[in-house]
Design a protein around this ligand. Structure first.
Ligand code: TEU
Ligand code: CA
Length: 548
């Protein structure tokens, strides 16, 4: 296979934009579509091939757009359909496709479908949602809790029944068993695709096809049937890319979604390695159990599972996760070097990288001091539940600052002017005060900056077929500090070697590496010195190239 035979999304690098926090064009404190359009040159310079745009549909914004009240319109605070079309065209002119977020496991409780469904049990829309009678004790049908706090079954007096909101009352789950609803969703998808978008990222796609009575939610009995139907009705025959989000998918089930004969999706955003570091009891708000050996094993399992079929989506963070340098690297002395190391070792595996806004300049977590500074519905819901269970404010805030979703949602840091150049008004969420040191303008001026490194890495991926197609093999699987692997194709072998720790590491020269090995990429000022051993400074990472 030559470079040009591969679908565009295998060589392209993606970039996720969280619109509310990216760039505010009109001073209302909320990022918007004209703001994004005004920053497209930044993405072009970086070498981005597509943007995953978090939801911009009309929404009451309880979950910042993951609660949609009109699937065929743009939220007024983000702009208009005309602004959207202009952004798509201007992005296209820079070789960038816009991939939309498809949120169809649930809608907003303010969606007209739900309003009609609550007004009467007789209308067609009533069956677009899951309704159940009260249990024998007059309470909810079961004791399922919602992700954002409170019970998942919510009583509606006007129809005398409970509806199901897996995330919370403001996000009623759509009943995919209803065929008319499914057709409406496919129609809506075609409407956007015909407007020229580059594909979809599919929010919690694992939850469609659930059996609420059996309490089988994730990867439910009808999920694959519905994804296949969606493929036939909306995706087939189009030059687009699709990536499903699933917390439940594992390397063992991955090909059921993205195998070539499945006619479902191109790739999955999986979270096995992320959840492995969460506390088994307290989840993301508890202490971290990160372990490099486990992390590598999980990612290598995914590489192996999709070696010849399917495709990996590679990412370090998204709008639900903390900032990579804070989570895996060093926020202080080695911030720049560790940010580059993380990019190098993550994005040179086989797959398509998805950067998250701010990652290209090494933005960090924020340290809020007061609960009033948090905005995230999950954080605030968990705060209510955990305070009720006796957790102190200080403990809760420490957990939220470490792993809460608002870390990713602080405004993009563009420059050193007030509010980091994000807005000329008051931002909807406080800017991280470290913008005076960490911002796009300064980093881009630095020839040795994080931006410059990402740019080289992205361009290397584009031109190097071994990085796209080469076979992956993990090295040093049980080494507690090194993350190392090879990528091999025809006569070329690339050694990707990264010190994932703040302590120096000396390795025996890996088998196959000669003292003449060329350094293709490094996060240090000089090439790796290859003798019988290789010594890695804290967070040092490099790619060595051997031809056989
Ligand atoms: O998230 C799916 C999901 O289950 C988790 O990531 C969850 O939101 C949380 O982080 C668990 O602790 C998707 C979206 O990415 C997220 O922003 C939405 O809030 C959620 O679905 C509902 O649409
Ligand atoms: Ca705005």
């Amino acid at each position: 296979m030559t470079h040009s035979d591969a679908p565009w999304w295998k060589t392209a690098t993606g970039y996720q934009i969280y619109p509310r926090s990216f760039c505010d064009s009109n001073g209302d404190g909320i990022g918007d579509i004209p703001g994004i359009t005004s920053r497209l040159d930044h993405l072009r310079d970086l070498g981005i091939g597509f943007v995953w745009l978090s939801p911009v549909y009309r929404s009451p914004m309880r979950d910042n757009g993951y609660d949609i009240s009109d699937y065929c319109d743009i939220a007024p605070e983000f702009g208009t359909l005309a602004d959207f079309d202009d952004m798509v065209a201007q992005a296209r002119a820079r070789g960038i496709r816009i991939v939309m977020d498809l949120v169809v496991n649930h809608c907003s409780s303010e969606h007209p479908w739900f309003q009609a469904a609550c007004a009467s049990s007789q209308c067609d829309e009533h069956d677009y949602f899951y309704w159940r009678e009260a249990g024998p004790d007059g309470g909810p049908p079961d004791d399922q809790r919602s992700c954002f706090g409170g019970p998942a079954w919510i009583w509606v007096e006007s129809v005398g029944k409970y509806y199901f909101g897996f995330f919370g009352p403001q996000q009623p789950d759509l009943n995919w068993q209803n065929p008319a609803l499914r057709q409406k969703i496919y129609q809506m998808m075609n409407w956007w695709l015909d407007r020229g978008i580059g594909g979809f990222r599919m929010d919690v796609i694992e939850l469609i096809g659930k059996d609420v009575d059996a309490r089988h939610y994730y990867e439910g009995p009808d999920m694959h049937r519905f994804i296949q139907e969606m493929h036939r009705k909306a995706l087939a025959g189009r030059d687009i890319m699709t990536v499903g989000e699933s917390g439940a998918v594992t390397a063992r089930t991955a090909l059921d979604y993205c195998g070539r004969d499945r006619a479902e999706l191109n790739m999955m955003h999986q979270f096995n390695h992320i959840h492995a570091a969460w506390d088994p009891e307290k989840g993301r708000f508890g202490p971290s159990h990160f372990d490099l050996v486990t992390h590598k094993r999980i990612l290598a399992d995914w590489q192996d599972a999709l070696a010849d079929d399917g495709w990996n989506a590679l990412f370090l963070s998204n709008h639900d996760l903390p900032r990579p340098v804070s989570q895996y690297g060093d926020e202080g002395r080695y911030r720049k070097r560790s940010a580059k190391m993380l990019a190098l070792v993550t994005y040179l595996m086989k797959g398509t990288p998805f950067l998250f806004q701010g990652e290209e300049i090494g933005m960090t977590n924020v340290a809020y001091g007061r609960i009033e500074q948090f905005r995230d519905i999950e954080t605030l819901g968990q705060y209510r539940d955990q305070s009720a269970a006796g957790v102190s404010d200080a403990d809760f805030i420490a957990g939220a600052n470490t792993n809460g979703r608002d870390n990713a949602r602080t405004p993009m840091q563009w420059n050193t002017t007030a509010q980091a150049g994000f807005t000329c008004g008051t931002p909807w969420i406080d800017v991280n005060p470290n913008y005076v040191d960490i911002n796009v303008a300064d980093d881009r001026r630095d020839f040795d900056g994080i931006f410059a490194f990402y740019k080289s890495l992205i361009s290397l991926r584009k031109s190097n077929i071994t990085l796209r197609e080469g076979a992956f093999a993990l090295l040093e699987a049980s080494h507690p500090q090194m993350f190392a692997y090879t990528r091999r194709l025809n006569g070329t072998c690339l050694y990707v070697l990264a010190n994932f720790s703040a302590a120096e590491v000396t390795l025996k020269r890996p088998k196959g590496v000669t003292t003449a090995a060329k350094t293709l990429l490094t996060n240090m000022p000089t090439p790796m010195d290859v003798s019988d051993t290789l010594t890695f400074a804290p967070y040092e990472a490099c790619v060595l190239c051997e031809r056989t």
